[in-house]
Write a protein that binds this ligand. Structure first.
Ligand code: G1P
Length: 249
């Protein structure tokens, strides 16, 4: 199975530090956060990891290239212009479509600024997919009402995801269940990303393409609510909370 880890973001919520250090290189114990995320994908059974960076982040590539254990499994994809998460994932289309020919129809996405403590999120999502005939799965968590407008929000009906709305207002939000950094998707998503028009914030939204995949192609999409906790390392407060969860236990 292939994993995609988008890590080309500019790190604006963690300036000025990110002028010198990509946020993905911030330490969790003695490992960079990105290594924790790559390890999560390997633990889930991935043997092919596509990390999306920009040329401003060569430090990340250098770090992993110096360790043969990682160097043989990671492929590097470049995204120089930021047009949203959907656009970032689309940069991996040909790489996924090549490896997909051999067997797997699904692949994982692990956002490079989200680390999850207290459970092996990707591994559990792979197991849930396998137990449901290769269904797609979205990792999610409940959020307080005042925060729904920061996330993709899910509408669940009969145990399946029936609808997804990117960053809705409280009034528009179909629930308090937020998309939280992990996706296991059918490779059909690329057919929808290729024709996806800009959505919220003028960006190509992954959420919008998944919504069309569910509604137009009838792909089964299941929620996986983490028993653990998702942390956002992309800002100082979130990073502090991450350290407390991982280092202090
Ligand atoms: C992205 C997704 C959003 C999701 C969030 C956290 O938003 O577009 O649906 O809820 O990640 O996983 P971003 O934080 O990049 O604005």
């Amino acid at each position: 199975m292939t994993a995609i880890i988008p890590a080309a973001g500019l790190g604006t919520r963690f300036l000025p530090l990110t002028r010198a250090v990509p946020k993905e290189m911030l330490p969790i114990g003695s490992k960079p956060a990105l290594q924790v995320i790559v390890d999560e994908s390997l633990e889930a059974g991935c043997d092919d990891v596509l990390v999306i960076i920009s040329h401003a982040k060569e430090l990340v590539r250098k770090y992993f290239s110096e360790d043969p254990q990682y160097a043989k499994r990671i492929r590097w994809v470049y995204q120089e212009e930021q047009h949203g998460l959907g656009h970032a994932v689309l940069q991996c289309a040909s790489a996924i479509e090549q490896s997909e020919q051999s067997n797997n129809r699904t692949f994982l996405i692990l956002l490079g600024d989200a680390v999850i403590s207290g459970c092996a999120a990707s591994k559990e999502m792979v197991a849930l997919s396998r137990a449901n005939g290769g269904a797609s799965v979205i990792g999610c968590e409940h959020v307080p009402p005042e925060k729904v407008s920061r996330y993709g929000i899910l509408k669940v009906e009969g145990g399946r995801i029936a609808d997804l709305v990117e960053k809705p207002s409280i009034e528009e939000a179909p629930s308090d269940l937020a998309i939280a950094g992990r996706y296991l998707l059918d490779a059909k998503i690329f057919d929808f990303l290729k024709t996806q028009t800009p959505g919220k914030g003028g960006e190509i939204q992954l959420t919008d393409a998944i919504r069309r995949m569910v509604k137009e192609a009838g792909v089964t999409l299941l929620p996986y609510a983490y028993p653990g906790k998702r942390h956002d390392i992309g800002n100082p407060q979130g990073y502090y909370e991450t350290l407390k969860a991982f280092v202090e236990g």
